[in-house]
Ligand binder design. Structure first.
Ligand code: ZN
Length: 323
């Protein structure tokens, strides 16, 4: 009896032991699978973080490249400014020398038949951000000039040009060769538009103009053969007066012409001429024209020139028409 009882107890313990073992096993399997899911998720996070880090690294190296590029450009600009400053200083010295020579009576300017030497300073393609500065230089020299204007972002300066006593004249509304030189009709449509814009903004009703590229330009041939001959003849018939130039400042000969080059071009161009029509440009990018302007004015004064604005009574300078 006792033996039987003992066997049952042993069997009961065995069953409980088996059950506990089985339960622990199940628990461990469940725990392991949940751990591996967490591990997977953590690995994914690590991967995405790695991706973000490499993206950030790319951004960083791109930013570093940009900084290096900016640095290089700044150094280049610095170099250019230094070169231009040195050039300007040497030009100023040269001018001072010329002035003192004049005061000493050397290189005395003799005028033919007692006439005055006249300089017509002309500015094409404005108004621009540089217009107010140009006007203030001209004011310092009490010099009148002529502005052949286009429809620009700075049209509000047209009134200031006129109010300062300069001549406001037509250049073009669009200044697009492919449009204005396509036909005579298109040219005069554009001319009417710039005429009316000037009239509207300033009350100035002008018949004075300069053709984009000058009357001698050959580019117009690409858009219409013979167009310059037709236009120039028509202009005169319709009562307009067009002006070319006999001195090119060369400020538009390339994108970045130094003040020294501009000054040299004018100096060379005026040599031996008593009446000069000087071509310059008034655009946002032509800061070197503005820098050269006081030197040009000083030089022209030293050579005995007086500054005048073009009027309908001014004798026009005409190039030979090639198209
Ligand atoms: Zn122009």
């Amino acid at each position: 009896m006792i033996k039987l009882f003992n066997r049952r107890i042993v069997s009961l313990f065995l069953s409980i032991f088996c059950f506990v073992l089985f339960f622990s096993l199940c628990l461990s399997v469940f725990y392991q699978s949940s751990l591996s899911a967490e591990l997977d998720a953590a690995q994914k996070d690590v991967k995405s973080l790695n991706g973000q880090i490499s993206g950030l690294n790319d951004d960083k190296s791109e930013a570093e490249n940009l900084l290096r590029e900016k640095d290089r450009k700044l150094k280049e600009a610095d170099g250019m400014i230094n070169r231009q400053t040195t050039e300007l200083e040497s030009l100023k010295k040269e001018l001072d020398k010329l002035k003192s020579q004049n005061e000493d009576g050397e290189n005395e300017v003799s005028l033919p038949f007692g006439n005055t030497k006249i300089a017509y300073l002309t500015f094409d393609d404005g108004p621009s951000k540089n217009t107010p500065a140009i006007l203030s230089v001209l004011e310092n020299y009490n010099a009148s000039a002529t502005f052949f204007v286009i429809n620009s972002q700075c049209n509000e300066y047209m009134e200031r040009i006129a109010a300062a006593g300069h001549t406001l004249a037509m250049h073009s509304y669009s200044h697009k060769y492919e449009e204005i030189y396509e036909s005579e009709e298109k040219y005069f449509e554009d001319l009417d538009m710039i005429h009316n814009l000037i009239l509207e903004l300033t009350g100035v009703d002008t018949n004075i103009l300069r053709l984009p590229g000058g009357s001698s330009n050959m580019l117009s041939k690409e858009y219409c053969t013979g167009i310059m001959t037709k236009i120039t003849e028509s202009l005169t018939k319709r009562g307009y007066i067009y002006f070319d130039w006999n001195v090119d400042s060369a400020d538009a000969s390339s994108l970045d012409v130094s003040p020294g080059k501009i000054f040299d071009s004018v100096k060379k161009g005026v040599e031996g001429k008593d009446e000069v029509h000087i071509l310059m440009h008034d655009t946002n990018s032509k800061t070197s024209t503005l820098q050269a302007l006081p030197l040009i004015l000083d030089y022209l004064v030293s050579q005995g020139y007086e500054f005048r604005a073009i009027t309908p009574n001014t004798q026009p300078v005409h190039h030979t028409v090639h198209n």
